[in-house]
Design a protein around this ligand. Structure first.
Ligand code: TYD
Ligand code: MG
Length: 461
Protein backbone atom coordinates (compact mmCIF):
# COMPACT_ATOMS: atom_id res chain seq x y z
CA UNK A 1 0.00 0.00 0.00
CA UNK A 2 1.43 3.34 -0.93
CA UNK A 3 1.74 5.93 1.78
CA UNK A 4 -0.23 9.15 1.35
CA UNK A 5 2.03 12.01 0.32
CA UNK A 6 2.39 14.72 2.91
CA UNK A 7 3.86 18.19 2.92
CA UNK A 8 4.44 20.67 5.74
CA UNK A 9 2.59 23.92 5.39
CA UNK A 10 3.25 27.26 7.11
CA UNK A 11 0.13 28.64 8.76
CA UNK A 12 1.43 32.20 8.32
CA UNK A 13 2.34 32.44 4.67
CA UNK A 14 1.02 29.16 3.26
CA UNK A 15 4.43 28.10 1.89
CA UNK A 16 5.12 24.38 1.78
CA UNK A 17 8.19 22.49 2.89
CA UNK A 18 9.01 18.83 2.07
CA UNK A 19 10.01 18.03 5.67
CA UNK A 20 9.29 19.37 9.11
CA UNK A 21 11.43 22.23 10.37
CA UNK A 22 11.20 24.47 13.42
CA UNK A 23 10.65 27.56 11.31
CA UNK A 24 9.37 28.54 7.88
CA UNK A 25 12.17 29.19 5.40
CA UNK A 26 9.97 31.57 3.41
CA UNK A 27 8.53 33.95 6.02
CA UNK A 28 10.83 32.93 8.89
CA UNK A 29 7.94 32.45 11.33
CA UNK A 30 8.73 30.07 14.20
CA UNK A 31 6.88 26.80 14.72
CA UNK A 32 4.22 27.41 12.10
CA UNK A 33 4.71 24.28 9.97
CA UNK A 34 2.13 21.53 10.23
CA UNK A 35 1.69 18.32 8.30
CA UNK A 36 -0.85 18.14 5.53
CA UNK A 37 -1.87 15.26 3.28
CA UNK A 38 -1.94 15.95 -0.45
CA UNK A 39 -3.24 13.75 -3.20
CA UNK A 40 -0.61 14.02 -5.91
CA UNK A 41 -2.95 14.43 -8.85
CA UNK A 42 -4.82 17.20 -7.08
CA UNK A 43 -1.93 19.45 -6.21
CA UNK A 44 -3.51 22.84 -6.89
CA UNK A 45 -0.66 24.13 -9.02
CA UNK A 46 -0.73 21.14 -11.34
CA UNK A 47 -4.44 20.69 -11.76
CA UNK A 48 -4.96 24.37 -12.53
CA UNK A 49 -2.18 24.46 -15.08
CA UNK A 50 -3.84 21.54 -16.81
CA UNK A 51 -7.41 22.83 -16.55
CA UNK A 52 -7.19 26.52 -17.26
CA UNK A 53 -7.32 27.52 -20.94
CA UNK A 54 -4.43 29.71 -22.14
CA UNK A 55 -5.02 33.46 -21.84
CA UNK A 56 -5.48 35.68 -24.89
CA UNK A 57 -3.67 39.06 -25.04
CA UNK A 58 -5.92 42.09 -25.62
CA UNK A 59 -5.10 45.79 -26.19
CA UNK A 60 -5.06 47.45 -22.75
CA UNK A 61 -7.41 50.20 -23.98
CA UNK A 62 -10.11 47.58 -24.38
CA UNK A 63 -9.69 46.45 -20.80
CA UNK A 64 -9.50 49.84 -19.13
CA UNK A 65 -12.74 50.99 -17.55
CA UNK A 66 -14.80 47.99 -18.59
CA UNK A 67 -13.20 45.73 -16.05
CA UNK A 68 -13.46 47.90 -12.99
CA UNK A 69 -16.92 49.49 -13.11
CA UNK A 70 -18.48 48.78 -9.72
CA UNK A 71 -22.12 47.76 -9.52
CA UNK A 72 -23.95 49.36 -6.59
CA UNK A 73 -25.36 47.00 -3.98
CA UNK A 74 -27.93 49.57 -2.92
CA UNK A 75 -26.64 49.52 0.66
CA UNK A 76 -25.28 53.06 0.93
CA UNK A 77 -22.76 52.39 3.68
CA UNK A 78 -21.40 49.26 2.01
CA UNK A 79 -21.22 51.06 -1.34
CA UNK A 80 -19.38 53.94 0.29
CA UNK A 81 -16.67 51.62 1.61
CA UNK A 82 -16.45 49.73 -1.69
CA UNK A 83 -16.14 52.97 -3.63
CA UNK A 84 -19.43 52.45 -5.48
CA UNK A 85 -20.22 48.77 -5.24
CA UNK A 86 -18.98 45.30 -6.17
CA UNK A 87 -16.83 44.97 -9.26
CA UNK A 88 -17.91 42.06 -11.49
CA UNK A 89 -15.33 39.30 -11.44
CA UNK A 90 -13.84 40.53 -8.17
CA UNK A 91 -13.41 38.65 -4.92
CA UNK A 92 -13.98 40.36 -1.58
CA UNK A 93 -13.34 38.97 1.89
CA UNK A 94 -15.46 40.26 4.77
CA UNK A 95 -13.67 39.60 8.04
CA UNK A 96 -14.96 40.10 11.56
CA UNK A 97 -15.45 38.49 14.95
CA UNK A 98 -18.23 35.97 15.47
CA UNK A 99 -21.54 37.69 16.10
CA UNK A 100 -20.53 41.07 14.70
CA UNK A 101 -23.08 40.72 11.90
CA UNK A 102 -21.21 39.49 8.81
CA UNK A 103 -23.95 37.08 7.74
CA UNK A 104 -26.61 39.71 8.39
CA UNK A 105 -24.77 42.37 6.38
CA UNK A 106 -24.28 40.09 3.39
CA UNK A 107 -27.80 38.67 3.43
CA UNK A 108 -29.19 42.20 3.46
CA UNK A 109 -26.80 43.28 0.70
CA UNK A 110 -27.75 40.30 -1.48
CA UNK A 111 -31.42 41.01 -0.91
CA UNK A 112 -30.90 44.60 -1.96
CA UNK A 113 -29.00 43.55 -5.09
CA UNK A 114 -31.59 40.90 -5.94
CA UNK A 115 -34.48 43.30 -5.50
CA UNK A 116 -32.68 45.77 -7.70
CA UNK A 117 -33.03 48.75 -5.41
CA UNK A 118 -29.85 49.96 -7.02
CA UNK A 119 -30.99 49.62 -10.61
CA UNK A 120 -31.76 46.35 -12.31
CA UNK A 121 -32.25 43.31 -10.11
CA UNK A 122 -29.65 40.58 -10.33
CA UNK A 123 -29.45 36.89 -9.53
CA UNK A 124 -27.73 36.25 -6.22
CA UNK A 125 -26.62 33.06 -4.51
CA UNK A 126 -25.99 32.77 -0.79
CA UNK A 127 -23.96 29.66 0.04
CA UNK A 128 -24.11 28.84 3.72
CA UNK A 129 -21.39 26.47 4.81
CA UNK A 130 -21.67 27.29 8.48
CA UNK A 131 -25.34 27.50 9.36
CA UNK A 132 -28.16 25.31 8.07
CA UNK A 133 -30.45 26.60 5.34
CA UNK A 134 -33.16 26.78 8.00
CA UNK A 135 -31.10 29.06 10.23
CA UNK A 136 -30.42 31.39 7.33
CA UNK A 137 -34.09 31.27 6.36
CA UNK A 138 -35.04 32.28 9.90
CA UNK A 139 -32.69 35.25 9.69
CA UNK A 140 -34.07 36.13 6.25
CA UNK A 141 -37.57 36.02 7.70
CA UNK A 142 -36.54 38.35 10.50
CA UNK A 143 -34.99 40.73 8.00
CA UNK A 144 -38.02 40.57 5.72
CA UNK A 145 -35.93 39.21 2.84
CA UNK A 146 -37.89 37.27 0.23
CA UNK A 147 -36.68 38.26 -3.22
CA UNK A 148 -37.30 35.56 -5.87
CA UNK A 149 -33.86 36.23 -7.38
CA UNK A 150 -32.02 35.49 -4.15
CA UNK A 151 -31.09 31.83 -3.91
CA UNK A 152 -29.96 29.93 -0.86
CA UNK A 153 -28.00 26.71 -0.64
CA UNK A 154 -26.40 24.93 2.32
CA UNK A 155 -23.21 23.44 0.96
CA UNK A 156 -19.71 22.84 2.22
CA UNK A 157 -18.15 21.08 -0.75
CA UNK A 158 -16.45 23.47 -3.15
CA UNK A 159 -17.02 21.41 -6.33
CA UNK A 160 -20.74 21.40 -5.49
CA UNK A 161 -20.68 25.15 -4.87
CA UNK A 162 -19.13 25.61 -8.30
CA UNK A 163 -21.73 23.31 -9.85
CA UNK A 164 -24.44 25.52 -8.29
CA UNK A 165 -22.78 28.60 -9.74
CA UNK A 166 -22.76 26.83 -13.11
CA UNK A 167 -26.41 25.94 -12.89
CA UNK A 168 -27.72 29.27 -11.59
CA UNK A 169 -25.28 31.66 -13.32
CA UNK A 170 -25.64 34.27 -10.56
CA UNK A 171 -24.22 37.79 -10.72
CA UNK A 172 -23.15 37.78 -7.09
CA UNK A 173 -22.21 34.86 -4.83
CA UNK A 174 -21.62 34.93 -1.09
CA UNK A 175 -19.75 32.04 0.51
CA UNK A 176 -20.24 32.05 4.29
CA UNK A 177 -17.51 31.19 5.23
CA UNK A 178 -14.26 30.43 3.38
CA UNK A 179 -13.01 28.50 6.43
CA UNK A 180 -15.90 26.05 6.30
CA UNK A 181 -15.95 25.13 2.61
CA UNK A 182 -13.56 22.43 1.49
CA UNK A 183 -12.39 20.81 -1.66
CA UNK A 184 -12.09 17.00 -1.26
CA UNK A 185 -9.49 16.95 -4.05
CA UNK A 186 -7.09 18.92 -1.90
CA UNK A 187 -6.77 16.13 0.63
CA UNK A 188 -6.08 18.23 3.72
CA UNK A 189 -8.63 18.76 6.48
CA UNK A 190 -11.40 21.39 6.16
CA UNK A 191 -10.32 24.66 7.75
CA UNK A 192 -6.61 23.91 7.28
CA UNK A 193 -4.35 26.48 5.71
CA UNK A 194 -4.07 24.45 2.53
CA UNK A 195 -7.84 24.15 2.19
CA UNK A 196 -8.55 27.82 2.76
CA UNK A 197 -5.89 28.79 0.29
CA UNK A 198 -6.88 26.20 -2.29
CA UNK A 199 -10.60 27.02 -2.07
CA UNK A 200 -9.96 30.76 -2.26
CA UNK A 201 -7.68 30.26 -5.27
CA UNK A 202 -10.32 28.22 -7.02
CA UNK A 203 -13.07 30.77 -6.28
CA UNK A 204 -10.86 33.63 -7.46
CA UNK A 205 -10.28 31.95 -10.80
CA UNK A 206 -13.99 31.07 -11.15
CA UNK A 207 -14.91 34.69 -10.39
CA UNK A 208 -12.51 35.99 -13.04
CA UNK A 209 -13.59 33.51 -15.70
CA UNK A 210 -17.33 34.09 -15.19
CA UNK A 211 -17.31 37.76 -14.23
CA UNK A 212 -19.28 36.96 -11.10
CA UNK A 213 -18.67 39.00 -7.94
CA UNK A 214 -17.74 36.71 -5.07
CA UNK A 215 -17.86 37.73 -1.42
CA UNK A 216 -16.25 35.41 1.12
CA UNK A 217 -16.89 35.60 4.83
CA UNK A 218 -13.60 35.22 6.70
CA UNK A 219 -13.06 34.38 10.34
CA UNK A 220 -10.57 36.45 12.28
CA UNK A 221 -7.99 35.37 14.81
CA UNK A 222 -7.79 36.69 18.38
CA UNK A 223 -5.37 39.34 17.17
CA UNK A 224 -7.93 40.54 14.65
CA UNK A 225 -6.19 39.32 11.48
CA UNK A 226 -7.88 37.05 8.97
CA UNK A 227 -7.72 33.40 10.00
CA UNK A 228 -5.95 31.11 7.58
CA UNK A 229 -3.04 31.75 5.31
CA UNK A 230 -1.62 35.22 4.97
CA UNK A 231 -1.80 34.68 1.19
CA UNK A 232 -5.60 34.93 1.38
CA UNK A 233 -5.23 38.70 1.51
CA UNK A 234 -3.01 38.66 -1.56
CA UNK A 235 -5.30 36.38 -3.53
CA UNK A 236 -8.42 38.51 -3.24
CA UNK A 237 -9.12 42.02 -4.54
CA UNK A 238 -10.69 43.53 -1.46
CA UNK A 239 -10.53 42.84 2.26
CA UNK A 240 -13.18 44.44 4.44
CA UNK A 241 -13.06 44.50 8.23
CA UNK A 242 -16.30 44.65 10.16
CA UNK A 243 -16.13 45.46 13.85
CA UNK A 244 -17.84 47.03 16.79
CA UNK A 245 -18.00 46.96 20.57
CA UNK A 246 -19.80 43.89 21.85
CA UNK A 247 -22.26 45.84 24.00
CA UNK A 248 -23.04 48.57 21.54
CA UNK A 249 -25.20 48.51 18.46
CA UNK A 250 -22.67 50.48 16.41
CA UNK A 251 -20.78 48.59 13.70
CA UNK A 252 -17.95 49.94 11.58
CA UNK A 253 -16.95 48.73 8.15
CA UNK A 254 -13.57 49.55 6.65
CA UNK A 255 -11.57 48.43 3.66
CA UNK A 256 -8.20 47.05 4.73
CA UNK A 257 -7.21 46.37 1.14
CA UNK A 258 -9.04 47.55 -1.94
CA UNK A 259 -7.75 47.01 -5.44
CA UNK A 260 -10.41 49.27 -6.98
CA UNK A 261 -10.42 52.27 -4.71
CA UNK A 262 -9.58 54.02 -1.50
CA UNK A 263 -9.15 52.31 1.87
CA UNK A 264 -10.07 55.49 3.73
CA UNK A 265 -13.82 55.24 3.74
CA UNK A 266 -15.78 54.32 6.84
CA UNK A 267 -19.19 52.68 6.77
CA UNK A 268 -21.36 52.90 9.86
CA UNK A 269 -24.29 50.69 10.82
CA UNK A 270 -26.49 50.12 13.79
CA UNK A 271 -27.55 46.56 14.60
CA UNK A 272 -31.19 46.56 15.54
CA UNK A 273 -34.24 44.31 15.66
CA UNK A 274 -34.55 44.34 11.90
CA UNK A 275 -30.89 43.86 11.10
CA UNK A 276 -28.30 46.44 10.17
CA UNK A 277 -29.35 49.97 9.35
CA UNK A 278 -26.95 52.48 7.84
CA UNK A 279 -26.08 55.53 9.92
CA UNK A 280 -26.03 58.44 7.47
CA UNK A 281 -25.46 61.10 10.14
CA UNK A 282 -23.21 59.56 12.79
CA UNK A 283 -22.30 62.84 14.47
CA UNK A 284 -25.92 63.54 15.30
CA UNK A 285 -26.27 59.98 16.59
CA UNK A 286 -23.24 60.15 18.86
CA UNK A 287 -24.31 63.43 20.37
CA UNK A 288 -28.00 62.59 20.73
CA UNK A 289 -27.79 61.71 24.43
CA UNK A 290 -25.28 64.36 25.43
CA UNK A 291 -26.01 66.34 28.56
CA UNK A 292 -24.64 69.79 28.05
CA UNK A 293 -23.29 71.80 30.95
CA UNK A 294 -21.84 68.85 32.85
CA UNK A 295 -18.20 69.10 33.94
CA UNK A 296 -15.94 66.64 32.13
CA UNK A 297 -17.76 66.59 28.80
CA UNK A 298 -16.12 67.89 25.63
CA UNK A 299 -17.08 67.41 21.99
CA UNK A 300 -14.30 66.66 19.53
CA UNK A 301 -14.46 66.49 15.73
CA UNK A 302 -12.33 63.48 14.86
CA UNK A 303 -11.58 61.83 11.55
CA UNK A 304 -12.06 58.18 10.79
CA UNK A 305 -10.56 57.65 7.38
CA UNK A 306 -12.04 60.49 5.36
CA UNK A 307 -15.17 60.76 7.45
CA UNK A 308 -15.44 63.51 10.06
CA UNK A 309 -17.30 62.45 13.20
CA UNK A 310 -18.27 64.46 16.23
CA UNK A 311 -17.78 62.47 19.40
CA UNK A 312 -18.24 63.27 23.05
CA UNK A 313 -15.14 62.71 25.15
CA UNK A 314 -15.99 62.37 28.84
CA UNK A 315 -13.74 62.45 31.87
CA UNK A 316 -14.41 61.76 35.51
CA UNK A 317 -11.81 62.76 38.07
CA UNK A 318 -12.43 61.65 41.67
CA UNK A 319 -10.17 61.83 44.74
CA UNK A 320 -8.40 58.61 45.69
CA UNK A 321 -6.19 57.44 48.55
CA UNK A 322 -4.78 54.52 46.63
CA UNK A 323 -0.99 54.56 46.19
CA UNK A 324 -1.49 54.26 42.43
CA UNK A 325 -4.91 55.66 41.62
CA UNK A 326 -6.80 54.03 38.81
CA UNK A 327 -6.83 55.29 35.26
CA UNK A 328 -9.23 53.84 32.72
CA UNK A 329 -9.50 54.65 29.03
CA UNK A 330 -12.41 53.55 26.90
CA UNK A 331 -12.41 54.40 23.22
CA UNK A 332 -9.11 56.25 23.54
CA UNK A 333 -5.64 54.78 23.81
CA UNK A 334 -4.51 54.21 27.43
CA UNK A 335 -0.93 55.19 26.61
CA UNK A 336 -2.10 58.40 24.99
CA UNK A 337 -4.17 59.23 28.07
CA UNK A 338 -1.18 58.63 30.37
CA UNK A 339 0.85 61.00 28.21
CA UNK A 340 -1.82 63.70 28.29
CA UNK A 341 -2.08 63.39 32.10
CA UNK A 342 1.70 63.70 32.45
CA UNK A 343 1.67 66.84 30.29
CA UNK A 344 -1.20 68.30 32.34
CA UNK A 345 0.78 67.67 35.50
CA UNK A 346 4.02 69.17 34.23
CA UNK A 347 2.82 71.98 31.99
CA UNK A 348 -0.63 72.96 33.21
CA UNK A 349 -0.17 72.60 36.95
CA UNK A 350 -2.91 70.05 37.27
CA UNK A 351 -1.88 67.59 39.99
CA UNK A 352 -3.76 64.33 39.46
CA UNK A 353 -1.49 62.10 41.56
CA UNK A 354 -4.22 61.67 44.17
CA UNK A 355 -7.11 61.21 41.81
CA UNK A 356 -8.73 58.43 39.87
CA UNK A 357 -9.12 59.39 36.21
CA UNK A 358 -11.60 57.78 33.85
CA UNK A 359 -11.86 58.84 30.23
CA UNK A 360 -14.39 57.44 27.80
CA UNK A 361 -15.76 58.19 24.36
CA UNK A 362 -19.54 57.95 24.43
CA UNK A 363 -21.40 55.55 22.15
CA UNK A 364 -18.82 52.79 21.71
CA UNK A 365 -16.71 54.75 19.24
CA UNK A 366 -12.96 54.27 19.16
CA UNK A 367 -10.77 57.29 18.54
CA UNK A 368 -7.23 56.12 17.93
CA UNK A 369 -5.94 59.48 16.69
CA UNK A 370 -4.05 62.34 18.38
CA UNK A 371 -6.75 64.82 17.30
CA UNK A 372 -8.62 63.88 20.47
CA UNK A 373 -5.72 64.87 22.79
CA UNK A 374 -7.09 68.34 23.50
CA UNK A 375 -10.56 66.99 24.16
CA UNK A 376 -9.11 64.53 26.68
CA UNK A 377 -7.12 67.27 28.39
CA UNK A 378 -10.00 69.74 28.55
CA UNK A 379 -12.42 67.05 29.76
CA UNK A 380 -10.02 66.00 32.53
CA UNK A 381 -9.38 69.62 33.54
CA UNK A 382 -13.09 70.39 33.48
CA UNK A 383 -13.96 67.41 35.67
CA UNK A 384 -11.05 68.08 38.06
CA UNK A 385 -12.12 71.68 38.59
CA UNK A 386 -15.87 71.04 38.43
CA UNK A 387 -16.28 73.71 35.75
CA UNK A 388 -18.29 72.71 32.70
CA UNK A 389 -17.37 74.04 29.27
CA UNK A 390 -19.88 76.00 27.25
CA UNK A 391 -22.10 73.60 25.37
CA UNK A 392 -21.48 75.06 21.90
CA UNK A 393 -17.76 74.33 22.01
CA UNK A 394 -15.60 71.76 20.23
CA UNK A 395 -11.88 71.20 20.31
CA UNK A 396 -9.34 69.30 18.27
CA UNK A 397 -5.57 69.21 18.28
CA UNK A 398 -2.57 67.18 19.30
CA UNK A 399 -0.64 67.88 22.50
CA UNK A 400 3.14 67.64 22.33
CA UNK A 401 5.25 66.49 25.27
CA UNK A 402 6.28 70.09 25.92
CA UNK A 403 2.64 71.08 26.39
CA UNK A 404 2.52 72.76 22.97
CA UNK A 405 -0.51 72.35 20.72
CA UNK A 406 -0.20 71.06 17.20
CA UNK A 407 -2.63 71.19 14.37
CA UNK A 408 -4.03 67.87 13.18
CA UNK A 409 -4.65 67.05 9.53
CA UNK A 410 -7.84 68.21 7.86
CA UNK A 411 -8.81 70.57 10.68
CA UNK A 412 -10.96 72.55 8.24
CA UNK A 413 -13.04 69.53 7.42
CA UNK A 414 -13.49 68.72 11.11
CA UNK A 415 -14.57 72.27 11.96
CA UNK A 416 -16.99 72.32 9.04
CA UNK A 417 -18.68 69.21 10.42
CA UNK A 418 -18.91 70.84 13.87
CA UNK A 419 -20.38 74.01 12.35
CA UNK A 420 -22.92 71.93 10.43
CA UNK A 421 -24.22 70.57 13.73
CA UNK A 422 -24.51 74.02 15.23
CA UNK A 423 -21.31 74.32 17.26
CA UNK A 424 -20.27 77.96 17.38
CA UNK A 425 -16.84 77.92 19.02
CA UNK A 426 -13.70 75.87 18.78
CA UNK A 427 -10.49 75.77 20.77
CA UNK A 428 -7.69 75.00 18.33
CA UNK A 429 -3.90 75.18 18.12
CA UNK A 430 -2.49 78.54 17.07
CA UNK A 431 -1.56 77.34 13.58
CA UNK A 432 -5.03 76.01 12.74
CA UNK A 433 -6.69 77.23 9.54
CA UNK A 434 -9.62 79.65 9.61
CA UNK A 435 -13.01 78.40 10.67
CA UNK A 436 -16.33 78.40 8.83
CA UNK A 437 -18.12 81.78 9.05
CA UNK A 438 -20.54 80.66 11.75
CA UNK A 439 -17.78 79.60 14.10
CA UNK A 440 -15.50 81.56 16.41
CA UNK A 441 -12.02 80.23 16.96
CA UNK A 442 -10.08 80.47 20.19
CA UNK A 443 -6.47 79.87 19.37
CA UNK A 444 -4.05 78.64 21.99
CA UNK A 445 -0.33 77.90 21.84
CA UNK A 446 -0.12 75.59 24.83
CA UNK A 447 -2.40 73.34 26.77
CA UNK A 448 -2.11 75.60 29.83
CA UNK A 449 -3.34 78.51 27.72
CA UNK A 450 -6.25 76.43 26.40
CA UNK A 451 -7.30 75.33 29.88
CA UNK A 452 -7.19 78.80 31.36
CA UNK A 453 -8.98 80.43 28.46
CA UNK A 454 -11.87 82.19 30.18
CA UNK A 455 -13.86 82.68 27.00
CA UNK A 456 -15.41 79.28 27.00
CA UNK A 457 -15.59 78.33 30.64
CA UNK A 458 -18.80 78.44 32.58
CA UNK A 459 -18.18 79.27 36.22
CA UNK A 460 -18.86 76.48 38.71
CA UNK A 461 -22.49 76.27 39.77
P1 TYD B 1 -24.60 37.41 12.47
O1 TYD B 1 -24.89 38.08 11.18
O2 TYD B 1 -25.01 35.99 12.61
O3 TYD B 1 -23.05 37.54 12.82
P2 TYD B 1 -21.77 36.80 12.20
O4 TYD B 1 -22.16 36.22 10.89
O5 TYD B 1 -20.74 37.89 12.08
O6 TYD B 1 -21.35 35.77 13.18
O7 TYD B 1 -25.31 38.31 13.58
C1 TYD B 1 -24.99 38.10 14.90
C2 TYD B 1 -25.72 38.90 15.90
O8 TYD B 1 -26.57 39.92 15.43
C3 TYD B 1 -26.60 37.98 16.70
O9 TYD B 1 -26.06 37.95 18.01
C4 TYD B 1 -27.95 38.55 16.68
C5 TYD B 1 -27.77 39.92 16.17
N1 TYD B 1 -28.87 40.33 15.30
C6 TYD B 1 -29.67 41.40 15.67
O10 TYD B 1 -29.49 42.00 16.72
N2 TYD B 1 -30.69 41.79 14.84
C7 TYD B 1 -30.96 41.15 13.67
O11 TYD B 1 -31.89 41.53 12.97
C8 TYD B 1 -30.13 40.03 13.31
C9 TYD B 1 -30.38 39.28 12.03
C10 TYD B 1 -29.10 39.67 14.14
MG1 MG C 1 -22.25 34.21 10.32
Amino acid sequence: MSRAKTVYRCSECGAEAPKWMGWCTVCEADGTLSEEIVALAARPGRSFAALAPPSVPIPIAEAVGVATQPVATGDDELDRVLGGGLVPGSVTVLGGEPGVGKSTLLLQALASIAEGTAGRGATCLYVTAEESARQVALRADRLGVSSPSLWLVAETSLPHVIAHIDALAPDVVVVDSIQTVHDPELGSAPGSVGQVRGCAQRLVSEAKVRGVSVVLVGHVTKEGGLAGPRVLEHLVDTVLAFDGERHHALRMLRAVKHRFGSTHELGLFEMGEAGLAGVPDPSALFLADRQAGVPGSVVAPVLDGQRPLLVEVQALVVPSNAPTPRRTAQGVDGGRLAQVLAVLDRHADLDLSRAEVHVAVAGGVRVPEPGADMAMALAVASSATGRPLTSDLVTCGEIGLGGELRQVHRTERRLAEAARLGFARAVVPRSAPDAPATMRLHRAGSIAEAIHHQAFQVSAA
